[in-house]
Design a protein around this ligand. Structure first.
Ligand SMILES: Cc1cc2nc3c(=O)[nH]c(=O)nc-3n(C[C@H](O)[C@H](O)[C@H](O)COP(=O)(O)OP(=O)(O)OC[C@H]3O[C@@H](n4cnc5c(N)ncnc54)[C@H](O)[C@@H]3O)c2cc1C
Ligand code: SF4
Ligand code: SF4
Length: 466
């Protein structure tokens, strides 16, 4: 008898635990419940499970409780003769890969950064075989609805299949994407500046495009807790304004402190709303990984990615968890208390702005304990696939550094300049934009170097385990 824990089998198959239990009840999986939260398989049933779900028996080996008894049966059916079922094609040489492969290649090693691209497009285009779990991870909602089109696999930014095409599409060049120009700017409206993270250029530009009727809305994020943000399709001027900033906000009350927070916002899921509301001209604000996913969707011509007319990328060193443990540790590192904090920002350091005007600088390399796992493997700092990339690094306090990457991005910056945006007075420092770009390059190189190291470590650990 082979015993496998329901949860581990569910994770391997990318479905909910209850789905596994239902499959056992309805006979789709032949196994006996128990002991505890396990399932008992005869050797034949186990072989059938592996065949039907196209699981390599070796993968299940570490899951089985009574390992010494497990003489894993060989996969009896030759892959080529399998008739149907998710994951089947991955077994055939050169065949289309599916969500099964995303689980194996991206989720299991911890590389999924929850961008939501696979779920969103599965829902928008096909029959909704996938869903996002409570932990933010994509999983099978109904495996029967998977038509094995391979879309989810192709658009995942962790999969290199579309790398070359995506790079060609945006005329990407080394070392950190296409650069047509740089500027250090800020919004002219003091209200925007007051709410903004840095100089309010992102919000100022969105308002400019909206007021001129060039966009019907913008995918942004709104603050729903001290650190937490939610994706939001803003279709009104005041909604765009409300979304400004990336700051600490205690107005939601200390009760929220019991929750674990992450600064990540899965903005791509808002594309479902874009499609539902039939908007045609939308601006998208997001992290480099999200812009990357969007470009892949465009490369594949997937609707509604074509309605995203402006890709506004934020520089990104990583997203962070601000759970109770992490907050406590940060207080100790930075010698402050959260009830003294007015604003949090990320530039070269994590900047903790206190109510009395003091600013605590915490070096980013001391924040690894709270960085999202997948972010350690990411190599895009400067939103290399965007029309415009924005960050605070290299810019004086209250200003935003902007990299113009496409002629469209350059044109809208020129259009907004002097109307809703103002450029830094370079007479004060003629080299400011160049210096800021040097800083971005330095951080971009650092991030690429670290990502390469982490990938190498991962490869080694997989080889060792294998
Ligand atoms: C997770 C994260 C990490 C960052 N890391 C760095 C860094 O290391 N170095 C650096 O120089 N800059 C970094 N930035 C960018 C910086 O914080 C500012 O967003 C940028 O300088 C633009 O400032 P602004 O005042 O012009 O934008 P604003 O006018 O304040 O507009 C900011 C826009 O970003 C949106 N937004 C806020 N948070 C998120 C989020 N989590 N996901 C998607 N959209 C969001 C808001 O809805 C708003 O539309 C980071 C941003 C984020 C979200
Ligand atoms: S597309 Fe995004 S959410 Fe889906 S597996 Fe890849 S990284 Fe994760
Ligand atoms: S570091 Fe930023 S861009 Fe990279 S995966 Fe994390 S959130 Fe996405």
């Amino acid at each position: 008898m082979i015993v496998i824990h329901v949860l581990t089998l569910a994770q391997e198959l990318g479905v909910h635990r209850n789905t596994i239990r239902n499959w056992v009840k309805t006979g789709r999986i032949s196994a006996k419940p128990g002991p505890g939260k396990g399932l008992q398989f005869t050797r034949d049933d186990f072989a059938r499970l592996c065949r039907e779900f196209h699981l390599a028996p070796e993968l299940l080996k570490p899951m089985a409780r009574n390992r010494e008894e497990v003489d894993i049966p060989a996969l009896a059916t030759p892959a080529a003769s399998l008739s149907s079922g998710p994951g089947q094609r991955r077994l055939k040489e050169g065949a289309m890969k599916t969500f099964f492969n995303l689980i194996q290649e991206v989720q299991n090693p911890g590389l999924c950064h929850h961008c939501g691209g696979c779920v969103t497009f599965c829902t928008a285009i096909n029959y909704g075989a996938l869903e996002t779990g409570e932990d933010g991870k994509p999983r099978y909602k109904d495996i029967e609805k998977c038509i094995e089109c391979g879309l989810c696999y192709s658009i995942c930014p962790e999969i290199s299949e579309l790398d070359e095409e995506t790079k060609r599409q945006v005329a990407w060049s080394a070392p950190m994407g296409r650069i047509l120009g740089t500027t250090v700017s800020r919004a002219m409206d003091p209200e925007v500046r007051l709410r903004a993270t840095d100089g309010g250029v992102v919000t100022g530009l969105l308002l400019h495009l909206f007021d001129l009727g060039r966009i019907d809305g913008a995918v942004v994020t709104r603050q729903v807790g001290p650190f937490q943000r939610q994706p939001w399709l803003a279709t009104k001027r005041e909604e765009i304004l409300e979304a400004a900033g990336f700051h600490f906000d205690t107005s939601h009350g200390p009760s929220l402190f019991s929750e674990a927070y992450s600064t990540f916002s899965p903005s791509i899921v808002e594309l479902e709303d874009v499609a539902r509301q039939r908007l045609n001209r939308v601006a998208f604000v997001g992290t480099p990984c999200q812009i990357n996913s969007l470009r892949r969707m465009e490369a594949l011509g997937i609707v509604p990615s074509g309605t995203i007319k402006f890709h506004l990328g934020l520089f990104c060193t990583g997203n962070f968890h601000f759970g109770p443990e992490q907050r406590l540790k940060l207080e100790q590192i930075g010698s402050f208390q959260w009830d003294q904090v007015r604003k949090v920002n990320v530039k070269e350091d994590l900047l903790i702005h206190l109510n009395d005007g003091q600013v605590r600088h915490i070096p980013l390399d001391r924040l690894n304990f709270m960085k999202r796992y997948a972010c350690h493997y990411c190599d895009d700092y400067a939103a290399e696939f965007a029309d415009l990339s924005f960050g605070g690094i290299g810019a004086p306090e209250g200003w935003t550094m902007v990299i113009m990457r496409s002629p469209l991005g350059r044109a809208i910056m020129a259009d907004a300049n002097g109307v809703d945006l103002e450029a830094f007075n370079y007479r004060d420092n003629p080299r400011l934009a160049a210096q800021a770009l040097e800083k971005v390059l330095e951080w971009s190189n650092k991030k690429k170097h670290r990502a390469r190291e982490k990938h190498r470590e991962l490869e080694i650990s997989v080889q060792v385990k294998g």
